[in-house]
Structure formats: structure tokens, C-alpha cells
Design a protein around this ligand. Structure first.
Ligand code: ARG
Length: 563
């Protein structure tokens, strides 16, 4: 039973009219913790009881069974509860020390699958910051749902199909150089792509040629397929290098091309259900009744399929293959209209499971306050940027702790963690400015700050030679440790909230508060001094380290034991 539930039960015993459920919904946390740990506002009872809320609060406080609490007092219209610090600290610390990293695990999902459409860069194009955000946010959400008992399925829906591959084949056949592509796949292929697009402006026959090659590709022509496969393989070598740096992996790389032979079925189904209409030679589904003005374009007049056609096939395939409880698309907010259409078309087809599909969107990243734009040269190249973050982390470690063993590994954990954490601590719909200096700083609400708090606790525990034990009594009743105990107690519900809002920032902000509270505690309390509380204080430190490490793990960030 949580403390909130205990409070709700105690109130219910006095005010039978209100169910425990209702009371749970009314209980608040007083703004100032001097006022108590939990508060029940009596306003809602004033009408039925025909008394002033102040009077009701006083009556409840008097009648309540206060034994299990430190004290219960009425303050104006509120009944304020002061929890029993010693009992709760003991309960929370034992819970964490005996469960270790499993603390906070829940079995809400009962092993059901949740599909994550994530990362999904485009072949032969640079991996953008948007793709990074998708990768990092989805990976964190996947860890979070796993902790709640679901089985995440990480799907990299590669952009590996479309007319642009016709363009690329034509360009490569005209101007390509195998060795150059192999040395620098994405930048070489991008150059070819840019060049053919520029030349096609004056020479429309190139466009026609490209369309022809894409048709061949769609039909399985050997030469076209071989080139396409090679572009894809070479691009993936580059992407995988980055994924390895980021320590992210996928269960599936089934991208758009995978659905090439699965789109006829979708089109047939739409036809059978009478949903396809002709519009200027193209096949569309009208979605006005969903408040969507633009029809979904399923097939162009030349018979070519589109992005959404592949997403429809993918949605069906995923439902069949994974029987998902949820199917989550972590994609930039600029594609919101696309995902609205996608869901509406499936709903129109009679698939109520489309309600389980969620577009988890996110905002744009800027650099020096300006929008990123390949054309204007305001770009962030991920691989060198990650390397730079690691180098900066290494320089700081060098200055702080020159004798640290495994300096490279720690610098990697800190540098990569810094980039991820900075992204994840932001409410996802907000963008942020990509500021490497701020990211890698050991001060502020950063990954390194949290990692450092964790490493410092580990060093205290090493010094004390403390072996945590989930059976001993660990009681604390001072107000500084109480702040930490309450945060530790909140960890499980924090994970639920993060899932309910698809918002890893809730976990990131939590980790920052926990690290801050512990640092404050550490500044005021001589943990290692020989006092009667010594073991309880060390238990508190150990539990904090466990939860910090687990919170970081959920975010895909490592927590080195020394740094
Ligand atoms: N490749 C696309 C892009 O880079 C993202 C794909 C998102 N996923 C999806 N199922 N449509 O914009």
C-alpha cells in the first residue's frame, strides 16, 4: 500500500460517503512540505455536509485514526498528514535494497508487444537530428514499457523505397564511382542525388529515365535491385556505426521496401470496402468525416504507390506479426498530418486496433537559434558530433580525475549520455538548441551531473565498505533524508506517468531532482561519521545510487561507478 492509499483509507473510514477512489483523486501534495506530506482538501464536502470546509477539515482531523501517522492536523480547509518517517524510510529502503534494479518493475503489460517505429533514416541521405531524436526517445520509451511488463519491438522503418532510388540509379550509372561510394557512402550518394536533381531541372528526360528505373526496381529487375541493395547496404554500414556508438539496436530493419509486395493487398482491401475514389486519375480515400480535409493519396495516376500506402501495409503487417497492444510511431511533429490520415484510413477500413496506434511526436532542434537546413549549410553531422562530445567529456575527466581507470570507456558513457540526456530531459514537443557545451557540462540539469552524483555515491559506499541488506532496519527521520525517501518512493509511479504521457522527460527530470536532493544531503550530512544513523544513511545512499542508475538505464544512459 502506498502512503497515499493509507491516507485515503483513513479518510474513507471517517467520511464513508466518499469512495477511496474519489479520495485518491482529491489528495494533494502541500506546496510547502512543512505543511505536511499529503493533504486532503475539504471543499468538495462543503455542499453535501452543509458546513464550512474549515469546520469539516477540523472534524476529520479529530476523528481520524492517526496512529499510523506522525500527526494529522487541520490547517484551514485542509487536513494535513505527516507520514511516519521512520516507518516509511525503513519500508522504502528495504524495498529498494532487496529488489535492486528490479525496484519499480510492474507487470501491467503481461508480456504483450508494443511496436516502436523508430529512427527510420532514409537510405543515401544523412542521418538527421530528427532521426536522432526519434532513436533516443523511442529507445527510452521501449525501456520504460519493458519495465512495465510489455515486450518492446524496435522497428527501424528505413526509408529505402521510392522514386528517389530511380534518380540515384540513373545518377550512379552516369557519374558514379564505386570506390568513392564505398569510402564515404552517404556523402557520395547524396552528391549524386543532388546533382541529378539539379540537372533534371533543365533536362526532364532524366526524370523520365528515373521513373523508368524505379518501375524496374519495383518489378524486381536484377540490375536495379542489385544497385538498390548496394546503396542500402553501404548506407547501413554508416548508420550501424552510429547506432553502435549510441548503443541502440533494433529487432527489425523492415523498411519501406519490405512492403513492396504487400501493398496490392491493401489496395485490394480498400477497393473491396468501396473506399477508393478516383481523383484526377489517382486513387484516393476521402477522410472528411474525420475532419481531415485532404484525401489520402494511395496510388498515383501512373500506378506508383506512396509513403502512406507503405505505412498502411506496414500497420497491417505489424498487427498480424506482433499482435501489438500498442503501435507507437516516434516521428517528428511535421508528419502529424500523415499519421492522422494513416489512422483514419485504417479506422475507415474497420480496424478498431488503429486506436492503439499513437504518433508520438517531437519538436525541432535548432543550432545557434537557427533552424537546421542542409541547403543553408546549418547542419549537424552526427558522427563527428558524438566524437566531439566524447572528447569534451574526456577532457573534463582528465582534469577532474586523471588517474581514473578505463578513461575512454567512461568518457564514451559520459559524452554519449550527455547528448541523449539533454534530448530526453526536454518535453518532447518542445525543441531545443543543440548546445554541446551545455550538454556535456557537469553542472545544470545534465546527464553528466546525474552520472557524477551516482559515481560519487559509489565512491562513498566503497569507502564505507557498505554491504546493503534488505532485511536490516534502516530508519531515518530527519527532514533532508525525508525529501530523498519520498522521491525514492515515487519512482514506480514516475515510470507509469512517463509511459502514460509517452514522455521520457518525466524520468529525466526525476533523475535530476533525485541527484540534486542527494547532493544537498551530502553537503549537510556527514554520512560516514560513526553515528547511530550511519548504516541507515549508507542504505539511503545505496538506494539512491540504485534508483539513479536504473533511471539512467531507462533513458539509455550508462552510469559508470567511477568518473
Ligand atoms: N523515413 C522517414 C523520414 O525520414 C521517417 C519514417 C517514419 N516512419 C513511418 N512509419 N512513416 O522522414
Amino acid at each position: 500500500m502506498t502512503s497515499k492509499e493509507a491516507v485515503a483509507k483513513a479518510i474513507h473510514a471517517v467520511v464513508n460517503d466518499l469512495s477511496v477512489e474519489t479520495i485518491l483523486g482529491l489528495i494533494e501534495k502541500p506546496k510547502n512540505s512543512d505543511m505536511g506530506d499529503l493533504a486532503f482538501p475539504a471543499f468538495s464536502l462543503a455542499k453535501t455536509l452543509r458546513k464550512a470546509p474549515q469546520v469539516i477539515a477540523a472534524e476529520i482531523a479529530e476523528q481520524i485514526d492517526a496512529q499510523q501517522f506522525e500527526k494529522v492536523v487541520a490547517t484551514g480547509p485542509y487536513v494535513n498528514f505527516f507520514l511516519d518517517k521512520s516507518a516509511i524510510s525503513n519500508q522504502v529502503l528495504q524495498d529498494i535494497l532487496s529488489n535492486g534494479s528490479y525496484y519499480g518493475n510492474q507487470d501491467i503489460g503481461q508480456g504483450r508487444n508494443i511496436a516502436f517505429d523508430m529512427s527510420s533514416p532514409n537510405i543515401a541521405k544523412p542521418f538527421s537530428i530528427g532521426h536522432l531524436r526519434s532513436t533516443v526517445i523511442a529507445d527510452a520509451l521501449a525501456n520504460i514499457v519493458e519495465k512495465l511488463g510489455y515486450q518492446p519491438v524496435r522497428i527501424n522503418h528505413l526509408g529505402d523505397w521510392g522514386k528517389q532510388f530511380g534518380m540515384l540509379i540513373v545518377a550512379y550509372k552516369k557519374w558514379g564511382d564505386k570506390a568513392a561510394v564505398e569510402a564515404n557512402p552517404i556523402s557520395e550518394l547524396l552528391k549524386l542525388y543532388v546533382r541529378i536533381n539539379a540537372e533534371a531541372e533543365n533536362d526532364p528526360s532524366l526524370d523520365e529515365e528515373a521513373r523508368e528505373w524505379f518501375r524496374k526496381l519495383e518489378a524486381g529487375d536484377a540490375e536495379a535491385t542489385e544497385l538498390w541493395q548496394w546503396f542500402r547496404d553501404e548506407s547501413l554500414v554508416e548508420f550501424n556505426r552510429l547506432y553502435k556508438e549510441l548503443d541502440v539496436s533494433f529487432d527489425s530493419y523492415n523498411g519501406e521496401a519490405f512492403y513492396n509486395d504487400k501493398m496490392d493487398e491493401v489496395v485490394d482491401l480498400l477497393q473491396e470496402k468501396g473506399l477508393l475514389e478516383e481523383s484526377e486519375g489517382a486513387q484516393v480515400v476521402k477522410l472528411e468525416k474525420y475532419g481531415i480535409e485532404h484525401p489520402a493519396l494511395i496510388k498515383k495516376s501512373d500506378g506508383a504507390t506512396l509513403y502512406i500506402t507503405r505505412d498502411l501495409a506496414a500497420a497491417l503487417y505489424r498487427k498480424r506479426t506482433y499482435d501489438f497492444a500498442k503501435s507507437i510511431y516516434v516521428v517528428g511533429n511535421e508528419q502529424a498530418a500523415h499519421f492522422k490520415q494513416l489512422k483514419a484510413v485504417l479506422k475507415e477500413m474497420g480496424y478498431d486496433w488503429s486506436d492503439d496506434m499513437e504518433h508520438v511526436a517531437f519538436g525541432l532542434v535548432t543550432k545557434e537559434g537557427r533552424k537546421l537546413s542542409t541547403r543553408k549549410g546549418n547542419v549537424i553531422l552526427l558522427e563527428p558530433t558524438v566524437a566531439e562530445a566524447v572528447a569534451r567529456a574526456q577532457a573534463q575527466i582528465e582534469a577532474k580525475n586523471p588517474n581514473l581507470p578505463n578513461k575512454e570507456a567512461v568518457a564514451h558513457a559520459v559524452g554519449v549520455g550527455a547528448i541523449k540526456f539533454y534530448d530526453l530531459k526536454t518535453d518532447r514537443m518542445n525543441g531545443y538548441d543543440f548546445d554541446l557545451e551545455a550538454m556535456v557540462s557537469f553542472e545544470g540539469e545534465t546527464g553528466p551531473y546525474v552520472q557524477y552524483a551516482h559515481a560519487r555515491i559509489q565512491s562513498i559506499l566503497r569507502k564505507a565498505n557498505f554491504i546493503p541488506d534488505g532485511k536490516s532496519d534502516y530508519q531515518l527521520n530527519d527532514s533532508e533524508s525525508w525529501t530523498i525517501i519520498k522521491l525514492l518512493q515515487d519512482f514506480p509511479t514516475t515510470i507509469n506517468r512517463a509511459y502514460n504521457h509517452y514522455e521520457p522527460s518525466i524520468v529525466a527530470k526525476y533523475a535530476v531532482s533525485l541527484a540534486q536532493s542527494f547532493n544537498k544531503y551530502y553537503a549537510h550530512t556527514r554520512i560516514l561519521d560513526e553515528t547511530p544513523e550511519r548504516n541507515s544513511r549508507l542504505a539511503l545512499a545505496s538506494a539512491t545510487a540504485t534508483v539513479l542508475k536504473e533511471a539512467l538505464r531507462l533513458l539509455g544512459v550508462e552510469a559508470p561507478d567511477e568518473m
